[in-house]
Design a protein around this ligand. Structure first.
Ligand SMILES: CC(=O)SCCNC(=O)CCNC(=O)[C@H](O)C(C)(C)COP(=O)(O)OP(=O)(O)OC[C@H]1O[C@@H](n2cnc3c(N)ncnc32)[C@H](O)[C@@H]1OP(=O)(O)O
Length: 133
C-alpha cells in the first residue's frame, strides 16, 4: 500500500480531527480512539438499515495498517456487506488525511457486526428492505 492511494468514493459515515487529547504516551493517536470512531461510523448505516436501536456484537478482522497522528483528518467509510436475521455486518475503512502534506492513507479496516435490538435489549429481526420508507 502506498501513501497516495485513493479513498473510497462513497461519502464517509464519519469525519473528525484527531486531537492531542486522543494521543497515547508516544504522541500518536490511541488505537482505542480509532476503534470507537469505527464503531460509530459502522453504526450509521446499521441503525439506518435496522430502523432503530442496535448494539455492537463483534469487531472482526480489525487491522491497524498505519498510525494516526495528531492533526490528521480522519474519515471512516462504512458499507453494509451482509444482513442476517437480527444482525447487520458492516465493513469499515478508516483513512487519514495527513495535516502537513495532505496525502491520504488507509489506516485501519475491520468488519463490525451489529444486532438490531428491541426496547429491552433483546435481538429483533431486521426489517425487510421493502419495509424501508
Ligand atoms: C460489552 C460492551 O459494552 S460492547 C459495546 C456495546 N455492545 C453491547 O453492549 C452489546 C452487548 N451484547 C448484547 O447485549 C447481546 O450479545 C446482543 C443483544 C447484542 C445479542 O444477543 P445474543 O443473545 O447474544 O444474540 P444471538 O446469539 O441471538 O445473536 C444475534 C445475532 O448476532 C450474531 N452474532 C452473535 N455473536 C456474533 C459474533 N461474535 N460475530 C458475528 N455475529 C455474531 C448472530 O449470528 C445473530 O445473527 P443473525 O440473527 O443475523 O443470525
Amino acid at each position: 500500500m502506498t501513501d497516495t492511494e485513493t479513498p473510497p468514493t462513497i461519502e464517509p459515515a464519519l469525519r473528525t480531527l484527531a486531537m492531542p487529547g486522543d494521543a497515547n504516551p508516544n504522541g500518536d493517536i490511541f488505537g482505542g480512539w480509532v476503534l470507537s470512531q469505527m464503531d460509530l461510523a459502522g453504526s450509521v448505516p446499521a441503525s439506518e438499515r435496522a430502523r432503530g436501536r442496535i448494539a455492537t456484537v463483534a469487531m472482526d478482522a480489525v487491522r491497524f495498517h498505519r498510525p494516526v497522528y495528531v492533526g490528521d483528518l480522519v474519515s471512516c467509510y462504512a458499507r453494509i456487506v451482509k444482513v442476517g436475521n437480527t444482525s447487520i455486518t458492516v465493513k469499515v475503512e478508516t483513512w487519514a488525511t495527513r495535516r502537513h502534506d495532505v496525502t491520504n492513507v488507509k489506516v485501519t479496516e475491520g468488519t463490525l457486526v451489529y444486532v438490531a435490538i428491541d426496547d429491552v435489549g433483546r435481538p429483533r429481526s431486521v426489517p425487510s428492505d421493502e419495509a424501508r420508507a
